[in-house]
Every structure is written in structure tokens, then in C-alpha cells.
Design a protein around this ligand. Structure first.
Ligand code: HEC
Ligand code: HEC
Length: 423
């Protein structure tokens, strides 16, 4: 029995500690640890639920909020179970530590239509919590109903992501966040005008002056919004609860055929198994999704050649042939690198919560997850830069349904977010 126990140790360790993995300021980003930090669980509604109170935010409430030193303490963030396996990937610039006050300021800016030239469009208009922080339109729709040429990607789990946009042209979330404000087809504003608008609102001025040494600047707008986005992480999904059970099933194999014997021989292992079974059953995953999980991770189907790691993306750029049938296709990544070999390559999106964010792909050309699976089954669209990891796959109807079921099982809860209260 001791053999069985030791063969299990690594997986048991993984499970019991995954949710406790924290991001260490000392070792990764900060040269010196800040005097006083607070450890928080990302996804906690207290971080994104707004300044306590109801109705319009008053300067009184803002003033009280800003006076509380707790709201300015750098946060040491813990990711939710599932995503926590990616703790090492956390990207927080040293000059923009997360604090409760900064998350809250970013939240207000994210939902504030006054940042656009005609006060009609906010970030949330294209990345809305009710639509999986994306939008169900093929392309982003900005001021005066103008459409861009790309689908709105998701703005959650950005804390595990470095370069932003489908082609990675923004090096950080901070740099990305100020782009849409000045984009003529998105928010149609200029940075100086947006800054002037924010300065004219007392509640905003109070917050910027307290949180940043240099008050309202466009750079600080980017820092605040990026900090809010880092707090939007997805909670554990049925897939996450199934993984520890599955690894134990693989390790124990035949021993599971006689549970009574296992209970007698090795009660600790038996108890651990029953605990995982119970947790998975409380967040059920269908047998179809379980088969889909095997396909998704298999060599034959190979989705994990790119959709890999805690957020199910390699954060790299690949050509699947999407849009490449056009005479003048969107060249994607090659516009950033100037390298013809990146032509038609786009950043791998996350599979977490993907069931909520149709339509799909950089051009929103595929309407359902079923269509996405068909695209891969036929081997994408032939073109000179097609990824070598995209090729025709023999899949039965059941296999295809199983892959879709698996992706749906990657859906977890979002943090509760206050969408209305603004200064
Ligand atoms: C008019 C719709 C629209 C508005 C408004 C808008 N976005 Fe976007 N957003 C998009 C589209 C479309 C893309 C993809 C563009 C590209 O890749 O070239 C995008 C990309 C992003 C990304 C990159 C995600 C990734 O996976 O790389 C983030 C983050 C983001 N937006 C956040 C914001 C924030 C913050 C705001 C407000 C300041 C905002 N967006 C306003 C449509 C919009
Ligand atoms: C070669 C890397 C690669 C492989 C292999 C791969 N993907 Fe993708 N996936 C991508 C990229 C890159 C995109 C975005 C492509 C684009 O928009 O042009 C994408 C997009 C998607 C999307 C759309 C997500 C969204 O938000 O728009 C889904 C769903 C998806 N893939 C599922 C799968 C499944 C299922 C498999 C296995 C059958 C798979 N992928 C295999 C790289 C890959």
C-alpha cells in the first residue's frame, strides 16, 4: 500500500495546494516587498462590488472610502481554484501594484460612457459582464454605430496575459486600456479631452489625486482600468473539479473496482478519493464532456498544442486559415512583427467560459462552438502560413459533440461586479 500512497503524493499535493498558491511580490516583480500588503482572493465580490452604498456615488462616500488606509494597501493576490495553477504567469507591472482603491477606480472608468466623445460608449459596451466580457456582435460596435473589422475578445483572466489584442500589438494591459478611448471607431475621443472630462468630475479628481502622485493623466487612466481588469478572473468550472478526480482514477485504476477493499487497505486514499468524487459531483460534468476532455488533450486531436495551461491558451500566435480565403485578408500578427511568416496568425484565445462569448475567431466568422469544431476537423483553410498543428482530423459526430460538451464544462462563475455606481 505504501507504493500506492507514494505514487499519489504529487497529485494530492497539487490539489490541496493549488488554491493556496499565491503570487509572491518578493520573488517576481517587486525589488523590495512593500511594508504592508494584504492577501486577497481574486473573485471576491468585495473587490469589484463598488464603494458601499446605493444610488449615485457621493463625494462623501468617496471621501470616506479614500480615508480608509486599507484601500491603499498593495494586494497580494490569490487566484481561484483552477486558474491558480497559472500563478507563476501572473503579470503585474512593478509600477502598478493592485490596491482596492485602484480596482474600484478602474471599475468606474470601465463602465463610464463619458470617456467617449459623445458619451454613448464605454469599455463595457464591447466587453459586457452579461455577455462574458465580450459581445455577441460579429465586430465591435463603437460610437455612431461604427463597426471595426475584428470581434471583441474577452477582458477577463487578463492577469495571466501579457501582450494584448488579437495581434499582440499592445505590450501590456495598461497600454491597451487607453487605445479604445482615442480610436475613431470605438470611443472616438482624444486623450486630452477624456482627461479634461475626468478632471471636471470631482469624485474622480479626488480618487486620482489620492491614488496617484500625479493625479489625472491618461497613463493613470490606463493603470486604473488595467487593475480592474486584473481583478476579473473566472471561478472554478466542472472541468477544474473533475481534473483531481480524473488523475486519481488514473493512478488507482483497478483498485477502484473494489472500493470496500480499498477502504480497508488504505483508508486515507479511500477518503481522499471519496472527497474528490463528492466535489466533482457537486459541480457535475457529463460523460460526453469527460470524453471530450480526453479528445481535447489527445495527440490525435491536439487542441492542447495551443489551448494549454491554466487559462487554456499558450498566449502565442497561430494561423488557422480564418479569413484567409479573402483577396486581402487581415494579416494579423505580421503587421506587428513585419515578418511574412506571421501572416494570418492571431493570438490563441482562452477556452475558459468560451460557451458565453459567441461568435468566435478574430473576425467573428464562426457562430457556434459546433462550427469551430467543424473548422478544425476539416483542417482549417489551406494557405502557405497554416500552422503545422492544424490538419484534417477524423472525428465522429459523437466526438464533435463531446468536444463541444467539454468546452461548455469549462464555464465557471464570474465575480460580482457593480456596473452602475459612478461619481
Ligand atoms: C467598439 C467596441 C470596443 C470598445 C468600446 C472597447 N473595446 Fe476592447 N476590444 C474591442 C475589439 C474589437 C478588440 C480586438 C481588437 C484587435 O485585436 O485589434 C478589443 C480588444 C481588447 C482587449 C484585448 C484582449 C485580448 O485578448 O488581447 C482588451 C483587454 C480590451 N479590449 C479592453 C477594453 C477596454 C478596457 C476598453 C475601454 C477603455 C475597451 N476595450 C473598449 C472592442 C472594443
Ligand atoms: C495551432 C494552434 C491551435 C490549435 C491546435 C487549436 N487552436 Fe483553437 N484557436 C487558436 C487560435 C490562434 C485561435 C484564434 C484564431 C483566429 O481568430 O484567427 C483559436 C480559436 C479557437 C476558438 C474560438 C475562441 C474565441 O473566443 O473566439 C475555439 C472555441 C477553439 N479555438 C477551440 C479549439 C479546439 C476545440 C481545438 C482542437 C480541436 C483547437 N481550438 C485547436 C489556436 C489553436
Amino acid at each position: 500500500m505504501s507504493l500506492r500512497r507514494s505514487s499519489l503524493t504529487p497529485t494530492l499535493l497539487y490539489v490541496c495546494c493549488a488554491s493556496l498558491v499565491t503570487y509572491s511580490f518578493e520573488s517576481n516583480v517587486y525589488a523590495a516587498a512593500p511594508a504592508e500588503t494584504e492577501k486577497v482572493q481574486l473573485g471576491d465580490a468585495a473587490l469589484t462590488g463598488g464603494i458601499p452604498g446605493k444610488g449615485k456615488l457621493t463625494t462623501d462616500q468617496i471621501s470616506k472610502w479614500l480615508q480608509n488606509s486599507k484601500n491603499h494597501r498593495p494586494l497580494q493576490v490569490v487566484l481561484p481554484f483552477g486558474l491558480a495553477a497559472g500563478a507563476k504567469q501572473i503579470t503585474i507591472p512593478a509600477n502598478n501594484p493592485m490596491t482596492r482603491a485602484k480596482i474600484e477606480l478602474g471599475r468606474q472608468l470601465y463602465f463610464d460612457k463619458r470617456l467617449s466623445s459623445d458619451r454613448t460608449v464605454s469599455c463595457a459596451d464591447c466587453h459586457h459582464p452579461d455577455e462574458g466580457y465580450a459581445r455577441h456582435t460579429q465586430f465591435g460596435v463603437g460610437i455612431k454605430g461604427q463597426k471595426g473589422g475584428r470581434n471583441s475578445p474577452v477582458s477577463y483572466n487578463r492577469i495571466l496575459s501579457g501582450a494584448q489584442f488579437w495581434d499582440g500589438r499592445a505590450p501590456s494591459l495598461e497600454a491597451q486600456a487607453v487605445g479604445p478611448i482615442a480610436s475613431p471607431i470605438e470611443m472616438g475621443n482624444t486623450h486630452p479631452k477624456a482627461v479634461a472630462t475626468i478632471k471636471s468630475i470631482v469624485g474622480y479628481r479626488m480618487q486620482f489625486e489620492k491614488i496617484f502622485t500625479d493625479g489625472v493623466t491618461i497613463g493613470n487612466v490606463g493603470k486604473a482600468i488595467a487593475t480592474f481588469e486584473r481583478a476579473i478572473v473566472t471561478g472554478p468550472s466542472p472541468y477544474d473539479y473533475y481534473e483531481p478526480l480524473r488523475s486519481m482514477q488514473l493512478a488507482l485504476k483497478d483498485d477502484l473496482e473494489d472500493l470496500e477493499a480499498l477502504k480497508e487497505d488504505d483508508p486515507d486514499v479511500y477518503d481522499a478519493y471519496m472527497a474528490r468524487l463528492k466535489t466533482s459531483k457537486a459541480h457535475p460534468i457529463s460523460t460526453s464532456a469527460q470524453r471530450g476532455r480526453e479528445l481535447f488533450f489527445s495527440k490525435k486531436v491536439g487542441c492542447t498544442a495551443c489551448h494549454v495551461g491554466a487559462n487554456l491558451t499558450d498566449e502565442k500566435y497561430h494561423n488557422l486559415g480564418i479569413g484567409m480565403a479573402a483577396t486581402e485578408p487581415d494579416v494579423g500578427r505580421s503587421a506587428v512583427t513585419n515578418s511574412p511568416k506571421n501572416r494570418g496568425a492571431f493570438k490563441t484565445p482562452t477556452i475558459r467560459n468560451v460557451a458565453l462569448t459567441a461568435p468566435y475567431m478574430h473576425d467573428g466568422s464562426l457562430k457556434t462552438l459546433e462550427e469551430v469544431v467543424e473548422w478544425y476537423a476539416k483542417g482549417g483553410h489551406p494557405n502557405p502560413q497554416l500552422s503545422k498543428d492544424v490538419k484534417k482530423i477524423e472525428l465522429t459526430r459523437q466526438d464533435k459533440a463531446d468536444l463541444v460538451a467539454f468546452m461548455k464544462a469549462c464555464t465557471g462563475a464570474f465575480p460580482k461586479v457593480e456596473t452602475a455606481r459612478l461619481p
